[in-house]
Ligand binder design. Structure first.
Ligand code: SAM
Length: 342
């Protein structure tokens, strides 16, 4: 049986770490081949699995053995492969599937960008334009439609899951109106409107995103009578007055954009309005390896950053917000609960 025990010896551990790309590539390959989707509840041989996904059996054995070393699939004495909790997350049909997150984190552009990390650290800036001649999102939409599709699916999956966690953990019983700024397809807003039957809400998003809002919020949807969809750029203006403002996983770009957005919120909001900023933190997370890796990826692609408790607190305070509480939403997100001063 393949061992999954971590290697303790420093030189061997370092050897393993510098081969991290092999692990990421193996996860990507398994996700693209759909191996987890064809494996049922009983272990199967590589030949059976290879026939099911149409690949070469010996190469598939090597792939699955490599993944078993990380606890993704198991290999038994007879050389049959079975599921683990992690391999099940690669299935498309599993609740909380991470298939599209796995693909998103290993998209082709990432393999071009990671080797330029030392350049990004030297300059403190994104390397994307030097590599592709365009800003990241412009490139995705103009030239990498497959990656753009994977991005949208990954965001939809992770946003649905975290929206439920956020709605469960957030008490908005004192509010009549709420706005979700950069709320993606509006999963958070939809969850909150379902939780509070008298609450009215606005989704403020870029025009291309607002068009694809959650069907529950769109015309004819079951929440549409209490939902307003506003296309706009929160860095230019936040043209909505509400009792509560939510900004979740948006302020990860450059600090100037964050300052402008928070200033626009404070200008639009009535005194005492609640502002809830939700972020992954690089200094307070049970998953520091994940958060710091995302932080480096943001440096490479958009020149952005994940925040620390201190950096988020100081940007919010500078904008005129009084932080009342910082608390976890789930295993990887924190909410900065604040009020507009005065
Ligand atoms: C990482 S996603 C987070 C989406 C959602 N808040 C969530 O947590 O699932 C960042 C979102 O910010 C939106 N966004 C980016 N720039 C924006 C801007 N200038 N004005 C409004 N929304 C913006 C993007 O379209 C995207 O949906």
């Amino acid at each position: 049986m393949t061992t999954t025990a971590p290697t303790e010896h420093p030189s061997m551990r370092l050897r393993e770490l510098v081969f991290g790309a092999a692990c990421a590539a193996a996860v990507r390959a398994a996700a693209r081949l759909g191996v987890a989707d064809v494996l049922g509840e009983t272990p199967a041989s590589a030949e059976e699995l290879a026939a099911a996904v149409g690949v070469e059996p010996r190469a598939l054995t090597r792939l699955l053995r490599a993944l078993s070393c990380y606890g993704i699939f198991t290999e038994d004495e007879e050389g049959r492969f079975g599921h683990t909790e992690m391999s099940r997350l690669l299935r498309e049909d599993t609740p909380n599937s991470m298939r599209y997150i796995a693909l998103w984190c290993t998209e082709p552009w990432t393999w071009q960008a990671w080797p330029c990390l030392d350049d990004a650290v030297r300059s403190g800036r994104s390397v994307f334009k030097d590599l592709y001649g365009k800003e990241f999102f412009e490139y995705l939409h103009d030239e990498a439609s497959d990656s753009a599709r994977v991005f949208n699916l990954a965001m939809t999956h992770s946003s649905r899951q975290s929206a439920q966690d956020f709605a469960r953990a957030t008490d908005l019983s004192g509010a009549s109106t709420v706005v979700d700024i950069g709320g993606g397809q509006g999963h958070v807003l939809a969850e909150l409107l379902e939780k509070y039957p008298r609450l009215e809400g606005t989704l403020l998003e870029l025009p291309g995103v607002v068009r694809n809002a959650d069907p529950r919020l769109r015309e004819g949807g079951e929440l549409s009578a209490r939902a307003r969809l506003v296309a706009g750029d929160c860095r230019s203006a936040v043209p909505v007055k509400a009792d509560a403002y939510i900004i979740k996983n948006v302020l990860e770009w450059d600090d100037d954009s964050t300052r402008r957005t928070l200033r626009n919120v404070v200008e639009a909001a009535p005194p005492g309005a609640r502002v809830l900023v939700v972020e992954n933190l690089v200094d307070d997370s049970p998953s520091m390896r994940f958060t710091t890796a995302m932080d480096l990826m943001l440096l490479l692609n958009v020149g952005g950053a994940k925040h620390s408790t201190g950096s988020m607190t100081s940007l919010m305070t500078e904008a005129g917000l009084e932080i009342t509480e910082i608390r976890p939403v789930n295993a990887y997100l924190h909410v900065f609960d604040s009020r507009v001063a005065g």
